[in-house]
Design a protein around this ligand. Structure first.
Ligand SMILES: Cc1ncc(COP(=O)(O)O)c(C=O)c1O
Length: 386
């Protein structure tokens, strides 16, 4: 039986044509028509300027530098995230302060943010920035977060690596804070086989990010450099994949959501397994279908369920390990952490590829049902939530 993976690339059809064009026209570098077209398409969908990069981690690095983060600074970060979302804090010699999640969204708890800002202000050492993550396709509750950061004068970088296409009160994830960043890693809702996007309302920041991403070469004939730069620009070949993928983003969102709600419906008669909350303030793309397992109700632990799925040749993963528990960040200051720890201990991500067939999803569902001691289903029903 073939292995069902967590989240795999899903091409729309036109990607190969754009990549072929890059070969045919010999634009095999970090300049070319695909990059221009990809950025233009992104900008017109998103409503603000953007620059395509090699990764989201690179975008965060540039973003934090633009916000003035440097040695001895503090940066507030959601603790429940992927390590690439906060490593750039250390690239710049600064230190993160981790903040707990809220059960209602799994994202940053505004109350933790308030406590942290109040204490930092009392110590006369306000953080330089906040990195707020929008996890698994769902936006954090941005209104209270933005209000607090405005009150204390702290800039907000939205890490929307996992939430391209999500919305908060009608606004796209990544367009609310000073800077927004996205990932096109192979497991994301759309991919360029690896890549990222930096966006900001502030056009001069986008231009500066573009400049730094190309080794910060000063204008003119000679190779003169007055600022530190990086090799962070996306290639024209990969931008071709991005062009094609952006054309099918809305379809991918529909597919990912349908998968999540099919799981939810197929587990509706089971106790101890609940879909990640769907906050009413926006669209959750459900990039990954994540569930919480209550061992007593479900009859099996989360880890036993992952093992059972693995034996059935199905890949499932725990919810991400909070940053304040990582050896890399041992000793870092953190506010709360118990909610993120509980979500990490009980949370499971099930196969969520937009290309997942109903037949394969039924295989996953029936393995979960069997582990819970419930009868197998013969067919799937779908009631996509409006
Ligand atoms: C929340 C989050 N932030 C940042 C990253 C880093 O993205 P990239 O792999 O494109 O550098 C990822 C995942 O890949 C992520 O999930």
């Amino acid at each position: 039986m073939k292995r069902i993976l967590l989240s795999v690339p899903h091409m729309g059809g036109s990607e190969e044509g754009y990549v072929h064009e890059a070969f045919a026209t010999n634009w095999l570098s970090t300049v070319g028509p695909n990059i221009v077209a990809f950025e233009e398409a992104f900008e017109s969908r998103f409503g603000q300027p953007a620059v395509a990069l090699v990764s989201c981690t690179a975008a965060i690095h540039l973003g934090l530098r633009l916000l003035g983060v440097g040695p001895d600074d503090k940066v507030l970060c959601s603790t429940l995230t992927f390590v690439g979302g906060c490593n750039p804090v250390r690239y710049l010699g600064a230190e993160p302060i981790f903040l707990d999640s809220d059960y209602a969204t799994w994202n940053l708890d505004p109350n933790m943010l308030e406590d942290a800002l109040r204490e930092c202000a009392m110590r006369n050492k306000l953080p330089r920035a906040l990195i707020v993550v929008h996890l698994y396709g769902q936006c954090a509750d941005m209104d209270p977060i933005m209000a607090l950061c405005e009150r204390y004068g702290v800039a907000v970088l939205e890490d929307a690596a996992e939430s391209l296409g999500s919305t908060y009160k009608g606004r796209p994830a990544g367009s609310i804070g000073e800077i927004g960043v996205f990932s096109f890693n192979g497991n994301k809702i759309i991919t360029t086989a690896g890549g990222g996007m930096f966006t900001s309302r502030n056009e001069s920041w986008v231009e500066k990010a573009r400049f730094w991403s190309q080794q910060a070469r000063d204008p003119g004939m000679t190779y003169e450099h007055s600022e530190m730069g990086y090799t962070y620009r996306m290639s024209n070949v990969l931008a071709g994949i991005g062009r094609g993928q952006l054309e099918v983003l809305d379809q991918r969102i529909k597919q990912r959501r349908a998968i999540a709600f099919r799981y939810r419906d197929a587990f509706a008669d089971l106790s101890g397994i609940t879909l990640m909350p769907q906050a009413s303030y926006g669209l959750n793309t459900n990039w990954l279908s994540c569930f919480l397992i209550d061992e007593r109700g479900f009859g099996s632990s989360r880890d036993a369920l992952i093992r059972a799925l693995d034996e059935a040749n199905v890949e499932a993963r725990p919810v991400c390990k909070p940053m304040h528990l990582q050896p890399l960040y041992a000793g870092c200051e953190h506010y709360g952490g118990e909610v993120a720890e509980d979500l990490f201990r009980r949370g499971i991500c099930l196969p969520s590829s937009s290309s997942l067939s109903e037949e394969d999803q039924l295989r996953v569902i029936n393995c979960v049902r069997k582990t819970a001691g419930a009868e197998a289903l013969a067919i799937l029903s779908t009631t996509e939530r409006k």
